[in-house]
Design a protein around this ligand. Structure first.
Ligand code: SF4
Ligand code: SF4
Length: 191
């Protein structure tokens, strides 16, 4: 008799165990999914998400504030002073542009997405975008070059600056020579 009782108790235990498992399965079947079908479906980034950087080079005044703020030195900026006869215009924020920017590179492979370069920019032209898919096979492709200047434009800007500096130096030397001459003639008159 005891053997029969044990037999039916085991059957009951097995059925209860199956029922508990099925209960869990059925509950998950009807529960809404918490995952998404990435990459076909993408979540909207939060407003202040920090992802790939973008520079609107038309608004850059070459002030170097962003590069100075970067803790990992991944921003490289080179500038050439505009000569007085060159009008580089103003930015959309009303800042006068006085420097050419022949080089503005960001090595995004080094970037730690701290956002420290974004805040000091006086013209708000360096921004974090919502782009987070930019993997590359070659890490050199992760150096983003934002300058819009062509090699001949860079050479031209350098040549103009050199000429302007030489002319300014010549004018300064001529003025100094004239002053010296004047001083000598005054001394000879007095003597
Ligand atoms: S986000 Fe941070 S690490 Fe990246 S470029 Fe800007 S300052 Fe440098
Ligand atoms: S802080 Fe802004 S304006 Fe100045 S160099 Fe950087 S991006 Fe250009």
């Amino acid at each position: 008799m005891e053997a029969v009782r044990t037999y039916f108790r085991d059957i009951w235990k097995a059925l209860s165990s199956i029922a508990v498992g099925l209960n869990v399965t059925i509950r998950h079947l009807v529960r809404p999914a918490v995952t998404i079908q990435y990459p076909d479906v993408k979540l909207k980034m939060p407003e202040r998400a920090r992802n790939r950087l973008y520079v609107n080079i038309d608004d850059c005044i070459g002030c170097d504030q962003c590069a100075l703020a970067c803790p990992v030195d991944c921003i490289t900026i080179e500038t050439i002073k505009a000569t007085p006869d060159q009008d580089l215009g103003v930015t959309s924020t009303g800042h006068k542009k006085r420097l050419h920017v022949p080089r503005f590179d960001i090595d995004i492979a080094k970037c730690c997405y701290c956002g420290l370069c974004v805040y000091p920019c006086p013209t708000e032209c360096i921004v974090m975008t919502d782009v987070y898919e930019f993997s590359e096979f070659d890490r050199h492709n992760l150096i983003y070059q934002f300058s819009a200047m062509k090699p001949d434009q860079i050479d031209d800007a350098k040549a103009k600056l050199k000429k302007a500096e030489e002319e300014a130096a010549a004018k300064k030397a001529a003025a100094a020579a004239a002053a010296e001459e004047k001083k000598k003639s005054e001394q000879s008159k007095q003597g």
